[in-house]
Design a protein around this ligand. Structure first.
Ligand SMILES: [Zn+2]
Length: 469
């Protein structure tokens, strides 16, 4: 499978960019100086926000003020405009984050609904937590839901791994557990990963969150911009919501989540070593919220694969970054900023520092999650600095390729493919083989793998959460 990736990489960013037609190198590349002096072993806090769309954060231009805590953090962070999930699914995205590897390198194409043991560790990939452990860090993870619990491989390298007894838990309980670990930790630098799950269905934010009044006109305008008609949406958990009520319910969860992130960050700020603490906040994938007829996630649309990414690095001034990066690039980019080579993944994975002086925007391969491969018409996609091409699983009159200009049409309402057949043909030819191999490997992996009792239990929990294999 690594061959697929090597094929793409061997083409090089220039070759791919050239094949993209009028695709200028759109990223801001600056050879940025890192912030924390080498040898000072900074603390590292990683917060992953499940199912949180970038464009519902104030710092990404949302019309509602529902993320004051995240926006305050953004004001002292690198804010990445174009961070892309490898697939709109929880475990693959988290695996890419913690291994610095792409889907083709780590082979985790879906949540553990098939009960397959992850094998990336046997293939020579290392978890960021293992690197940190070897570098003398105290390592801890506090997670909120079954897709990232023990048995998924994400636990590797974490000395402390705190997870809910049941399927999921609300952000307040997760924050409590994270704060408890921070209070009792032993001296020395630490890596803390906290995963929050609340914006995922079912949408059940506690009181008093979600009391949105007086902005119905702005909400209607937002839905119109996105091309979402007012209609009823049947929910997995039962019941139905109108499009407007769906946005409110989703926003209520993000608002609640933000309050808990605020609690945690406030506690971190009160620590004497806050000036040596780096904080990364990342969404694992987005959510449909009615756009393109999709309620949840699992397809290739921009609102589902674009994720928020904030990087607060002591000593590095806040600014916005337009560089295109995949989730696999997030920690290599952070490590370069921290000037901590001991935490570098090395050559085992292809994630790289996108702010390096020599870095150029590299087009990204994005795939439909393994569990949706047989139901989604579009199997994989190429994201360039300006455009997104989606390829159907099989050619046919009902599923022609789709091409969108992400700068001019971020809502993806105007398919350019009929107007630009040459560009589509160029990109399609380039992607046909990698996509076919990627989808084939995903299907193979979905039906293979050893299943332990723990994996069977995890599979049952995932089904109970609504994941269908
Ligand atoms: Zn997720």
């Amino acid at each position: 499978m690594v061959t697929v990736l090597r094929t793409l990489l061997a083409l090089g960013p220039l070759a791919l960019a050239s094949a993209c037609g009028a695709e200028p190198q759109g990223g801001v590349q600056g050879g940025v100086q890192g912030g924390v002096a080498q040898g000072a072993a900074p603390n590292i806090v990683i917060l992953t926000l499940d199912t949180t769309r970038a464009d519902h954060l104030g710092s990404y231009g949302y019309f509602r003020d529902i993320t004051p805590s995240l926006d305050a953090l953004a004001a002292e962070s690198l804010v990445f405009e174009r961070c892309v999930a490898p697939t709109a699914s929880t475990l693959p995205s988290h695996t890419s984050l913690l291994t610095g590897a792409t889907l083709t390198e780590h082979g985790v194409h879906t949540n553990m609904s098939f009960g397959a043991q992850p094998r990336w560790a046997q293939w020579g990939l290392r978890s960021f937590a293992q690197l940190a452990l070897d570098d003398g860090y105290r390592t801890a993870a506090v997670v909120s839901a079954s897709p990232v619990k023990r048995g998924t491989g994400l636990e590797l390298g974490f000395l402390h791994f705190d997870q809910p007894e049941g399927l999921e838990r609300p952000a307040a309980e997760t924050t409590d557990a994270a704060l408890a670990w921070l209070e009792q930790r032993s001296a020395g630098p630490y890596l803390l990963w906290v995963h929050y799950y609340d914006p995922h269905q079912p949408l059940e934010a506690p009181e008093p969150y979600g009391r949105f009044e007086g902005d119905a006109a702005e909400r209607a305008a937002e839905l119109t911009r996105r091309g979402v008609p007012e209609q009823d949406w049947r929910l997995r958990a039962g019941g139905a919501l109108t499009s407007s009520a769906l946005v409110d319910a989703y926003d209520a969860e993000i608002q609640y989540l933000d309050s808990q992130v605020g609690r945690l960050v406030q506690a971190l700020r009160a620590e004497p070593d806050w000036d040596r603490t780096a904080v990364v906040v990342m969404g694992d994938h987005g959510e449909g919220v009615g756009q393109h007829g999709v309620l949840e996630h699992g397809s290739l649309w921009w609102e589902q694969v674009r994720v928020p990414l904030l990087m607060r690095v002591p000593g590095v001034p806040a600014r916005r970054e337009d560089a295109l990066l995949g989730v696999a690039d997030v920690l290599p980019t952070l490590v370069a900023q921290l000037q901590r080579p001991a935490l570098d993944f090395g050559d085992s994975a292809s994630g790289r520092d996108v702010l390096a002086r020599s870095a150029r925007d590299r087009p990204l391969l994005v795939s439909t999650p393994g569990h949706a491969i047989d139901s989604e018409p579009y199997g994989c996609s190429l994201v360039t600095p300006h455009a997104q091409l989606m390829l159907p699983r099989q050619d046919g009159p009902d599923t022609p390729p789709l091409l969108f200009d992400l700068r001019q049409d971020p809502w993806q309402l105007h398919d350019l493919a009929p107007e630009q057949p040459q560009r589509v043909a160029q990109l399609s030819a380039l992607l046909a083989e990698p996509c076919a191999t990627l989808l084939h490997s995903a299907q193979q992996l979905s039906s293979a793998g050893e299943q332990t009792e723990a994996m069977r239990k995890l599979s049952e929990e995932l089904r109970a959460l609504g994941y269908v294999d």
